[in-house]
Design a protein around this ligand. Structure first.
Ligand SMILES: [Zn+2]
Length: 150
């Protein structure tokens, strides 16, 4: 299932200016830059997703999107942060790892019925394919992704 030689364009939100950019996941290691503000868009760490950008990013992704619904005041979410960083780095180009701040983005949180955080949802082709509630250790998070990819 590896398609590293093909172009795999994803839409991601620039972490600096928030504008949407098309990036080629096959060239993720080349540190793409935002077409608007020229700041680097790092794909080896979680991307932040807003209410406004959510549908575009999730629907356009050629690879599964792991979304962490979190809040800054949530202790277990803080435990998840380094694990999400690790998964984003290890699976760069094959999975998009994204974070939704549930306080700042109530619309998407409400739509997916997020009642406890962290909630981790895997999307494929714009549709939810897997969900886990609560902080997960790295092996379980990887297993969740593997189950969604099969
Ligand atoms: Zn930008």
């Amino acid at each position: 299932m590896e398609t590293t030689t093909q172009q795999r364009k994803a839409t991601v939100q620039c972490p600096s200016c928030g504008r949407l950019n098309r990036v080629d996941l096959a060239r993720a290691a080349h540190r793409p830059r935002c077409g608007h503000c020229k700041q680097p868009i790092a794909l080896d760490r979680p991307l932040h997703l807003s209410d406004a950008a959510f549908d575009r990013v999730v629907a356009d992704s050629p690879v599964p999107v792991l979304v962490d619904f979190y809040a800054d005041w949530c202790g277990p979410c803080k435990m998840m942060a380094p694990i999400l960083d690790q998964v984003a780095a290890q699976r760069m180009g094959n999975v998009l790892v994204a974070k939704v701040d549930t306080d700042a983005n109530p619309m998407v949180s409400q739509r997916f019925g997020i009642r406890s955080i962290p909630t981790l949802i895997v999307f494929r082709g714009g549709r939810e394919v897997a969900r886990e509630l609560g902080a997960l250790p790295a092996p379980r998070l990887n297993a969740l992704l593997d189950s969604a990819i099969r």
